[in-house]
Write a protein that binds this ligand. Structure first.
Ligand code: ADP
Ligand code: MG
Ligand code: ZN
Length: 467
């Protein structure tokens, strides 16, 4: 039989705030374990949470970027469960009244509807180290603001799931809501998956794979899980609703526990937290301040006459796009700057992501070529030196550009032109005068050992050889 794959994702992203969501401890990855902690975020009895307004605003911002409705009132609830990384034995989350409802993300060939986006707190981190007896706990991550986005079951393949996550990450990064650094656990994803006979309207029983932290493992986990379920059905078996753990090394998943339902968590409104009233003024203020997202930048680049291919690469990574825009703000020649970026910069970037030349410097090099202050050949040398040795671009341009100019240069040009009458008449009769001009320029450079100010030299030559 043929089957459809049905996937719904639950994605967690750590919000880009300075402090945690219910206390003023730092929200910072990589600090000494348990150094960013206080009575609130390690769950000491009697400590009271105070809501970080910025976290609420970031979730609203995310929601507005994805066409969600923003609720007038959001309520925090306690989700009760015990796990050693959850100091209070409950997580402050949102169930009935999340900040955002509905919404959508457009993929190439389909629209994925969103169910909701809500705000909650992250748990601490268990560290299993061979150097320690037992398991260590780092509570630095406890209380870090997390947004959780839940999709409708609209995704139909591993490829589409990765496309969705790529698009979501781009939106969150461009809007400065989250960094989504997968390697730091800044974005994690649960995959809910079921299969059904092709074309059927009835959804099958789903399994849920928790906490996948790379796009590659999402992709592999989906391929594996869909096949596992198909095999079971083909053999006349039944799928049980359960939570499974994906093991990326073994490339298979294991049953963890029977699926818990929201009943199991005994959600109830957190008596320590006031309901949050979200004013329409705040929402429209955030709406007015939304930054340009990747899709909009893409369109802008295409309007500069860049190809879709070029525009796609430049917007794939916000750092690239920011760099490109910065260079444009110094020297507005989109096509030339894009060319340099996509060839010279990109070939240097292979395998690493630090762009070792500032956008201002790159723009300066390119402008100097266009202004004929330096030759293309020299420009590549300067680029190389700036990138590899951190040399000052401004200084190099001064050093390597022509410093023979003015009267001194005029004498040289006059002698050259006087001694080459034939070339002068060629210039006047040929249909390719620019070739002759280039020959004259070459001669000037030869006579000055490349030290002539090229712009001036060209003007002077033209003055003398034009009729
Ligand atoms: P829970 O809160 O128990 O995890 P939800 O109803 O909130 O369950 O759904 C969680 C995710 O599972 C959502 O992304 C939803 O789209 C998806 N989902 C629900 N039913 C199915 C199904 N039969 N097959 C695949 N995904 C599903
Ligand atoms: Mg779930
Ligand atoms: Zn704290």
């Amino acid at each position: 039989m043929e089957y459809d794959i049905v996937i719904g994702l639950e994605v967690h992203a750590e919000l880009k705030t300075k402090s945690k969501v219910f206390c003023s401890c730092k929200n910072q990855f990589g600090s000494t374990p348990n150094s960013n902690c206080c009575p609130v975020c390690i769950g000491l009895p009697g400590a009271l949470p105070v809501l970080n307004k910025k976290a609420v605003e970031l979730v609203i911002k995310a929601g507005l970027c994805m066409d969600c409705e923003i609720n007038d009132k959001a309520v925090f609830e306690r989700k009760n469960y015990f796990y050693p990384d959850l100091a209070k034995a409950y997580q402050i989350s949102q169930l009935v009244k999340p900040i955002c409802v509905g919404g959508k993300i457009e993929l190439k060939d389909k629209t994925v509807r969103l169910n909701r986006i809500h705000l909650e707190e992250d748990a601490g981190k268990l560290v299993h180290s061979s150097r320690a007896i037992g398991t260590l706990i780092d509570y630095n991550r406890g209380g870090v603001p997390l947004m959780e986005l839940v999709t409708e079951p609209d995704i139909s393949s591993a490829e589409e799931a990765v496309e969705f996550l790529t698009k979501l990450r781009s939106i969150l990064v461009y809007s400065n809501v989250a960094d989504c650094k997968m390697e730091e656990g800044g974005m994690r994803c649960d995959v809910n998956l079921s299969i059904k006979p092709k074309g059927s309207d009835v959804l099958g029983v789903r399994s849920e794979m928790k906490n996948l932290n790379s796009f590659k493992s999402v992709y592999r986990a989906i391929k594996y899980e869909a096949q596992r379920q198909i095999d079971i059905l083909e053999q006349g078996g039944k799928i049980v609703q359960e939570t499974r753990k994906w093991d990326d090394n073994k490339e298979r998943s294991y049953a963890m526990r029977k699926k818990e339902t929201s009943q199991d968590y005994r959600y109830f409104p957190d008596p320590d937290m006031l309901a949050v009233n979200i004013s329409r003024e705040l929402v429209s203020k955030i709406k007015d301040s939304l930054p340009e997202l990747a899709d909009q930048r893409f369109k802008r680049y295409v309007s500069y006459s860049l190809t879709e291919y070029e525009s796609e690469i430049l917007t794939r990574d916000k750092a690239y796009s920011d760099y490109f825009d910065k260079a444009l703000s110094v020297y507005f020649e989109p096509k030339t700057i894009a060319n340099w970026f996509l060839t010279d910069v990109m070939s240097k970037l292979k395998g690493q992501d630090e762009i070792k030349i500032s956008p201002e410097d790159l723009a300066l090099i390119i402008k100097s070529v266009d202004d004929k202050v330096i030759s293309t050949k020299v420009s590549k040398e300067i680029f190389e030196k700036a990138w590899e040795e951190g040399a000052s671009v401004e200084k190099l341009i001064k050093e390597l550009s022509g410093n023979i100019e003015g009267e001194e240069l005029r004498k040289i040009v006059e002698t050259l032109v006087a001694e080459n009458e034939k070339a002068v008449s060629d210039y006047r009769t040929t249909d390719q005068p620019e070739k002759v001009l280039r020959w004259f320029m070459g001669q000037v450079m030869k006579m000055t050992k490349g030290k002539a100010n090229a712009t001036q030299a060209e003007t002077m030559i033209l003055e003398l050889i034009k009729e």
